[in-house]
Design a binder for this molecule. Structure first.
Ligand code: IMP
Ligand code: MG
Length: 187
């Protein structure tokens, strides 16, 4: 296992999804997207900051025409609980009118962020609008969200790595895991 025992990896209690498992799944989703959007130019809309490793790998796994744009929202503050408040921090660079838009998220937890984003993007009249999320914490759902492409179902645990953070840290871990108990109090 490629744990970074000496530094960040030492804070991880359990690895849920290894780098290899993630890469395999991302390649599968990329191929599915290419097939589904054949003859069209899909616009991946990544939700910063959490999406960046997934977005980069997914983009390269789609062996066909695609473009990217990004948005940034705040929903969590620095903690592990959803605040329920979603604020738009950075909007898209371009119009999505008539475009085939695919929202790319690291994780869908309560669904509040995705709900807000879908409602917001729909008012801009895209030709189509779907969601792709690497992780789906189904059991935490407060708002119903229909996810077209899902990587893995995620247990009801706070997870970090591969874009997911705790207090801004751990996004650069190449795998996804659960933090050790003591880590939260060290903040
Ligand atoms: P939601 O609005 O509750 O669905 O939360 C969406 C956002 O919360 C995600 O894009 C993540 O940034 C963050 N989040 C939710 N669950 C986790 C987790 O287990 N680890 C890290 N971030 C999380
Ligand atoms: Mg996020």
């Amino acid at each position: 296992m490629d744990m970074w025992e000496d530094s960040l990896g030492g804070d991880i209690r359990e690895v849920l999804f290894t780098r290899e498992k993630i890469q395999e799944k991302v390649d599968e989703i990329g191929e599915e997207i290419r097939r589904d959007y054949q003859g069209r130019r899909v616009l991946l809309v990544g939700i910063l900051n959490g999406c960046f490793p997934f977005m980069a790998d997914l983009a390269r796994a789609i062996r066909g025409p695609m473009e990217v744009d990004f948005m940034s929202v705040s929903s969590y503050g620095g903690g592990t609980q959803s605040s329920g408040v979603v604020r738009l921090l950075k909007d898209l660079n371009s119009s999505i009118e008539g475009r085939d838009v695919l929202l790319v998220e690291d994780i869908i937890d309560s669904g509040l962020t995705a709900r807000y984003l879908m409602d917001n993007l729909r008012t801009r009249h895209p030709a189509s609008l779907e969601v792709c999320s690497l992780l789906d914490k189904t059991d935490a759902r407060a708002e119903e969200v229909s996810i077209r492409y899902v990587g893995f179902k995620c247990p009801l645990e706070f997870v970090v790595g591969y874009g997911l953070d705790y207090d801004g840290l751990y996004r650069n871990l190449p795998y996804i895991g659960v933090l050790k108990e003591g880590v939260y109090s060290r903040k």
